[in-house]
Write a protein that binds this ligand. Structure first.
Ligand code: ADP
Length: 633
């Protein structure tokens, strides 16, 4: 029943709208607190991580101090002779300290990787589940590719930062802090020289960070667009459309153009700030030379600086350079990932327009369960973004389908028949009046309870890329093979399936393209028979078929409607001649109602349609109700 289908060859307008929708960097209040909240389940692991960090930090201070002692007490002691026993002991200690510190580092990496990936996995599932709850209208307004991109690229981006960067933040922080402590312990004067550049680093990092975050938002937006194009163009329907209109070339150019934009953005993102970093790096690399110079000046002034101190200091200082740059880069990545988090939270904050009322009830049991009532219903589709006036589609529609009865909706295309069908399972909510199911307004019923009692067969059948058996079982998880076969027989499809080499284990292919239209319809009908709901909704289920398929599908439909309340939307009047009541819809209103012969006699719109389609008037005494004729399912 889902409208839309292929939308290849998108105009620029749609693309621009999608871009507008996501380009605005979303403002999410309380972002920091909410990100922190995601880590709450991992508090214990984080506490262990921090403890490990502190231990490793403490350990990292030791080797430089040992290096100083190795020079001053082992290699060049005051006695003038190298003291080998002391040197051996010091070197042994250095080995042990580094070994322990690296082992702890592995543990730490494991913990941060676990936390980072668990957080993103949970986020991905939350996002998916939130999208599952969104109303149908959301999906008609939003491009599938854009939605997929949020799940894949945004969550993926955050995942990268969390798992790779968190461990490098921790590791680098440890090294930088330890190095700083060691430097101060070695010589505070030299430390000041080494840190002169720090304020400059911080300033540069902030500016570069903001630039990169802005580019990151654009990059994600371009990724969404790429994935939307892929999704539209590389689907079976998209390919069919492109081939039919020989548009493969233009589809490729559309993709190439967006890919080019993505390429430029990626390069810009990676290059932003690289110049600054290169200059800074030069400064950092020449610091050791500066240290020699300053040490010389201090020595000349009688300061007590030893060769060991200078060697240890420059060793530490050079070990400081790369982690420090790494940290600055991480800070940038974090800014980027904050932008991604904001995009993700924006989606998580979507409120489904159609939700269960807090006091929603199950469909009450009893003999009214198949009763369907439309009570002065009016309806307008919610306006699309950018549109102001909602368009009124239905006006004052009232009718009742008694349990087990068959009501047909007929009328010109665009009259509002499908829309009436949407309102019963609450795919959209009425804007005026009410729809009642089993005597209760559908807005007071639990959606799951309501939907479990309605079977839907639409013109466009959706099958999963799975076996026929699995596609059928979608209606009923615990269906036995016997039940599946019985449903298939009821839907006139068992013989066909049995002829496939793999029978019920035949994989139907993407969206069921390996089955003909009529076969797909019958699989869909079998699915409804298996679900066995008290009410079925048939939306022009045979209109796309040739007359032979139509007859076979019609028999299956008769089985589906037999003994069930049926609301059938029909294009071909021949399929609804026996309806208990036919409602003729035109311009969103019921303009005529009655049985086939009543309406033919009335000589109005219906009679006109019947004449157009060459439908014979039915002899009024002949019982033609398929709900009464057809064998029970
Ligand atoms: P029918 O089934 O009788 O052919 P529909 O109920 O599908 O008619 O459509 C009735 C009107 O509602 C049409 O004018 C159509 O353009 C409009 N319409 C259908 N779906 C939507 C939608 N999701 N958003 C806005 N308008 C829609």
């Amino acid at each position: 029943m889902v409208r839309g289908g292929p939308r290849g060859g998108m105009g620029g307008r749609d693309a621009a709208a999608a871009r507008d929708e996501i380009a605005k960097a979303p403002k999410v209040p309380d972002l920091g607190r909410r990100i922190a909240h995601l880590f709450r389940p991992h508090r214990a692991r984080l506490a262990v991580t921090i403890t490990l960090v502190l231990i490793t930090a403490a350990l990292t201070v030791v080797p430089p101090l040992l290096t100083q002692r190795a020079f001053d007490d082992g290699l060049f002691p005051r006695t003038g002779h190298p003291d080998l026993p002391v040197l051996t002991a010091i070197v042994g200690a250095i080995v042990v300290v580094w070994a322990i510190s690296q082992a702890l580092g592995v543990w730490q990496t494991y913990l941060t990787a676990t936390v980072g990936n668990s957080v993103t996995a949970a986020l991905r599932v939350r996002l998916f589940s939130r999208l599952q709850d969104m109303e149908l209208g959301f999906f008609t307004r939003t491009r599938t590719g854009v939605i997929q991109s949020r799940l894949a690229n945004d969550v993926g981006g955050v995942s990268n930062v969390l798992s790779n960067t968190v461990s490098s933040v921790v590791g680098n922080t440890v090294t930088v802090l330890a190095a700083f402590v060691a430097m101060v312990l070695l010589s505070w004067q030299l430390t000041i020289i080494a840190l002169l550049l720090l304020p400059l680093l911080v300033v540069v990092q902030r500016r570069v960070g903001q630039r990169r975050a802005r580019i990151a938002t654009k990059t994600q937006e371009s990724l969404s667009e790429l994935s939307a194009i892929t999704q539209e163009a590389l689907s079976v329907s998209g390919i069919l459309l492109a081939k039919a209109f020989t548009r493969q070339g233009s589809e490729t150019s559309r993709y190439a153009a967006e890919s080019e934009r993505q390429l430029r953005l990626q390069i810009r993102q990676e290059m932003t700030g690289q110049g600054f970093f290169a200059i800074l790096q030069v400064f950092l690399l020449v610091v050791p030379a500066l240290v020699y110079l300053v040490s010389g000046m201090l020595l000349a002034n009688g300061a007590p600086i030893t060769a060991g101190t200078i060697v240890a200091f420059t060793t530490v200082q050079s070990r400081l350079t790369f982690p420090l740059l790494g940290l600055l880069r991480v800070a940038l990545d974090l800014q980027t990932s904050t932008a991604l988090f904001a995009r993700i939270f924006e989606y998580l904050d979507l409120k489904p327009a159609i939700r269960d009322a807090p006091d929603a009830i199950d469909v009450p049991a009893g003999n009214r369960v198949g009763l369907v009532e439309f009570d002065h219903v009016s309806f307008a589709y919610p306006p699309a973004p950018g549109e102001r006036e909602p368009v009124r589609i239905l006006d004052d529609v009232s009718f009742t389908v008694a349990p087990g009865r068959f009501t047909a909706l007929v009328g010109p295309s665009g009259a509002g028949k499908t829309t009436i069908g949407y309102l019963l399972p609450r795919l959209y909510d009425v804007t005026g009046g009410g729809v009642r199911f089993a005597g209760v307004d559908v807005r007071r019923l639990k959606q799951s309870s309501l939907l479990s009692r309605i079977g839907i067969v639409s013109q466009e059948t959706y099958l999963f890329h799975a076996t026929i058996r699995d596609n059928l079982r979608y209606a009923k998880d615990d269906a036995t093979d016997e039940q599946i076969e019985a449903a298939a027989r009821g839907a006139n499809i068992h013989e066909t399936i049995a002829r496939f080499p793999d029978g019920y284990d035949t994989v139907v292919g993407e969206r069921g393209y390996r089955l003909s239209g009529g076969e797909k319809q019958r699989v869909a009908i079998a699915r409804v028979l298996l679900k066995n709901p008290p009410v079925v909704l048939l939306d022009e289920a045979t209109s796309a078929l040739d007359s032979v398929s139509e007859r076979i599908v019609q028999e299956a439909l008769d089985a589906a409607s037999s003994g069930r309340t049926t609301l059938a939307i029909a294009h071909r009047l021949s399929t609804v001649l026996g309806a208990d009541e036919i409602l003729v819809i035109d311009g969103g209103r019921i303009v005529e109602r009655g049985t086939h012969s009543d309406l033919v006699r009335l000589g109005g719109l219906y009679a006109e349609l019947a004449a157009e389609q060459g439908v014979e008037p039915v002899d009024p005494v002949e019982p033609v109700d398929p709900a009464l004729d057809a064998a029970p399912a």
